[in-house]
Structure formats: structure tokens, C-alpha cells
Design a protein around this ligand. Structure first.
Ligand code: FES
Ligand SMILES: [Fe+2]
Length: 425
């Protein structure tokens, strides 16, 4: 079904009653038609999508497979060091060619009839192309170059490899904007990144709920009591959000300040009556909350949310790339790649291992995000025809803030989503 033609019907299903996106229709989180339209308009549209870090494929033939929406992609390195990405679907009869998540191969051979593709995604050989003993084979008009794999445009920044299906997507640096560029440079360009591990978390919620969550410092000090109780992120910290020109990408950051010495007193007052904050609670082993930051700029958290499904995160001294794989309207798989640096001392490497326990399916901080999103997905289905309310931090203009408790950058996400999906006009 051509979803574009049915956009009018879909548009009629929902209302966006405010032009500042402070109201979001609930149907777009659970309706299959909107999900399918997102696959076309967003994931196949003018967006850059994270695939891998270049340190995962250092040598010729190294490959990783990853997802852009519902589409599986092979990304690999050729002999001259270039990186290529193509759809993991055979140009003969559509079979998925590579079934591994990562590996090394000088070529990709489809398991069905052994059509073989080189590392640039070009069809290199077709068994029995000329037939046998003068019989059979492909017709004379068959040209291998007409049957290469579907190739994607690829660009990198800080070793992060991004790809896009669309010829219309602007260059990656323009797409990301100045704040993402400078933070990627700050986190990944000064040292030599290496992967220290992977984690996967299945979340029973729509992929856009995670995008809201990661742009939502409002919840950080309320849902994540571990952060507040042990000084990882507190509402007394300085910080704020900065967005790109389209308001689709957000840099959300918190900074240690002198006020933090007295924060437990302020916090006890702020949480009074909620039974949610106990200034006397202590960790039996406080090591995890006292890992020194590698960088001396005081940033406790840096969350770069890049539309539509990528996050580069520094939480305390944990460095990680997060990537979302939507699996239908009600489910999303969160893939986390943990990073360290070749230059790390033994102590720094140990500290990163310790703080890796913050994030992931059983992380001290993010375990409850998965649960909150499951409950949100469960509850919002009961409100068809209604809208969520995004007013914290102010309504109206979508602009950067120098404070943390806000939902403005979530409205920024919706503004771009609304445009790409074609709700306008
Ligand atoms: S489907 Fe791939 S070679 Fe036939
Ligand atoms: Fe969270």
C-alpha cells in the first residue's frame, strides 16, 4: 500500500491542536499505519542513521550489520580503507545475505544461489551465468552492474558512521549542527576510542517515547533517585539544553557547581513530603559514585540526541553510543555500545567498568526508564483522541535553555517529526 496516498486519511485520524507542539496525539504511539509511514518518511527519508563506530571495523573486510528502522544494513571496510553500506537483501530474490552481527569477509555470498557481492556492494559473480554445455544461463541482456546491492550514502564524524537512503539529506555536519559537532569532538576526537562492551535492552514502548525520555531532564531527578541520592545528577546542578537549527537534535548537559556542596540540604527541602529523597541514605560501597571524570570541564552528563535514533552519552565517566531499533509501534530495542579509550590508565578502565552499571537493562539509572516507558505505552493506549501535555519549562517558542527541568527539547523533536511525516499543509 502506498502510504503517501493515504496520508490524508491518516492526517484525519489525529489532531495537533497547538502550533508549539505542547500537545501530541496519542495515536501516533500505537497505530500501525503511522508506524509504517514512519518507516518510509523518516527512516528511508532525509535522515542520517547511526550504523557503527569505525573502531569496530578497523581492517579490510570487517563488517557490522545494523538496522535503519525495519531495514537491515551491512557496513564494511574496503581494501583502501573506505567504508560502504548497503541493504542486506540480495538483488536476486531478496534473501538476507549476512546473518551475523559482525565479522570479517572479503566478499558477501548470498546463501541461496551464491550470488557474490564485493565490499562495495557490487555484484561480482553469478553461478551458472553462462549456463552449462551451451544450455541455460542468464539471457544475453543480463548485466551484472544492473543488480548491485542497494547502496546508501555514508559519512562519519568522530568515528561514528552514519548512513542515509535519501539523496536529499543535507551533509552530515549540517544535519547535526554545531553543538553535536563540538560535543562529538570533545568526547571522541581527543583520544582513540575502543569498544569495551555491548548491551541490549528490550523496551515495551514506542521508539518515540525513548526519544522523549532522552530529551527530558525533567524526569532525571524525579524518576532516577539513584542519581539524586548519590550525586550523579541533581536538580541543583547547572546545565541546560541546546538544539540544532531544526530543533531535532538536542545537547542536554549538566555541570558540577559550587552549589552541589550544599545540595543535600536544598534537596531535602525540595523533596519534602514526597518520601522520595532520604539525605541519610548511603551506599555500602561508594566507589561507583566517586569515579573521577576523565575530562576536567566539570560536565557530569552530556546527552546528544540525534534524530531519529542515535544518542552519544557521557554519564559521569561512562561513554556510550545508544541506538534504537523500532520493532513495531509498541516495542523498541535499545542497543548500547560502551566506549573506552586506548589511552585509558588501568584505573580509568576500571572506573568505566564500574560506571557501566548505571545504564542498560539492569542499570542503576536506566532500569526504571524501561519500566516507565512500558507503563506509559500501556496507559496512553487508553487515551485515543487525547493528547500528551508538554509545558514544563514554558510553552510557545522552541528555544535553548540554561536550566534542566524542561520539555522544550521534546517539543523540538515533535516539530521536526511533524514536518518529515507530512502533517503540514
Ligand atoms: S536469492 Fe540471493 S542468490 Fe538467489
Ligand atoms: Fe531516564
Amino acid at each position: 500500500m502506498d502510504k503517501s496516498k493515504n496520508m490524508k486519511n491518516l492526517k484525519d485520524k489525529v489532531e495537533w491542536p497547538t502550533s508549539d507542539f505542547s500537545r501530541v496525539p496519542y495515536e501516533i504511539f500505537f497505530d500501525q499505519d503511522f508506524y509504517e509511514l514512519e518507516m518510509e518518511k523518516i527512516f528511508q527519508g532525509p535522515t542520517w542513521n547511526y550504523l557503527a563506530h569505525s573502531c569496530e571495523i578497523p581492517n579490510e573486510g570487517d563488517f557490522v550489520t545494523n538496522w535503519i528502522g525495519d531495514v537491515n544494513i551491512i557496513v564494511n571496510r574496503t581494501a583502501n580503507g573506505d567504508i560502504h553500506a548497503f541493504k542486506n537483501s540480495c538483488s536476486h530474490r531478496g534473501t538476507r545475505i549476512v546473518d551475523e552481527i559482525r565479522g570479517n569477509s572479503t566478499r558477501h555470498v548470498c546463501p541461496y544461489h551464491l550470488w557474490t557481492f564485493n565490499l562495495e556492494g557490487n555484484l561480482a559473480s553469478v553461478p551458472l551465468e553462462k549456463g552449462l554445455k551451451g544450455k541455460g544461463g542468464m539471457p544475453p541482456c543480463f548485466e551484472k552492474e544492473n543488480h548491485n546491492l542497494r547502496k546508501l550514502r555514508v559519512e562519519t564524524i568522530g568515528g561514528m558512521i552514519f548512513a542515509t537512503f535519501s539523496e536529499e539529506t543535507e551533509p552530515l555536519l549540517d544535519y547535526l549542527g554545531p553543538h553535536c559537532q563540538s560535543q562529538i569532538s570533545r568526547l571522541l576526537d581527543q583520544r582513540t576510542p575502543k569498544v569495551t562492551g555491548y548491551m541490549r535492552q528490550m523496551i515495551e514502548g514506542n521508539w518515540k517515547l525513548y526519544n522523549e525520555n532522552v530529551r527530558d531532564p525533567y524526569h532525571a531527578s524525579l524518576l532516577h533517585l539513584f542519581q539524586v541520592s548519590f550525586g550523579i545528577q541533581q536538580p541543583t546542578m547547572k546545565g541546560g539544553i541546546k538544539m540544532d537549527k531544526d530543533t531535532k537534535n538536542t545537547w542536554n548537559h549538566s555541570i558540577l557547581s559550587d552549589d552541589d556542596n550544599t545540595s543535600s540540604v536544598d534537596l531535602a527541602a525540595a523533596y519534602e513530603g514526597t518520601d522520595k529523597y532520604d539525605p541519610n541514605i548511603k551506599l555500602a560501597d561508594p566507589a561507583i559514585a566517586n569515579v573521577p571524570l576523565d575530562l576536567d570541564d566539570g560536565y557530569k552528563t552530556t546527552l546528544l540526541s540525534m534524530f531519529p535514533t542515535s544518542v552519544l552519552a557521557q554519564v559521569d565517566n561512562t561513554y556510550a553510543i545508544r541506538h534504537l531499533r523500532p520493532k513495531g509501534p509498541g516495542k523498541v530495542e535499545l542497543n548500547i555500545t560502551y566506549l573506552g579509550f586506548e589511552e585509558d590508565t588501568e584505573e580509568q578502565a576500571f572506573g568505566k567498568k564500574l560506571t557501566a552499571n548505571f545504564i542498560g537493562p539492569s542499570g542503576y539509572i536506566s532500569m526504571e526508564d524501561g519500566e516507565a516507558l512500558r507503563l506509559e505505552q500501556d496507559g496512553l493506549k487508553m487515551r485515543a483522541g487525547d493528547h500528551s501535555v508538554l509545558e514544563m519549562g514554558g510553552i510557545g517558542e522552541i528555544a535553548d535553555t540554561d536550566y534542566l527541568s524542561q520539555e522544550i527539547s521534546i517539543r523540538g523533536f515533535w516539530s521536526h517529526y511533524h514536518k518529515l511525516m507530512g502533517f503540514e499543509g
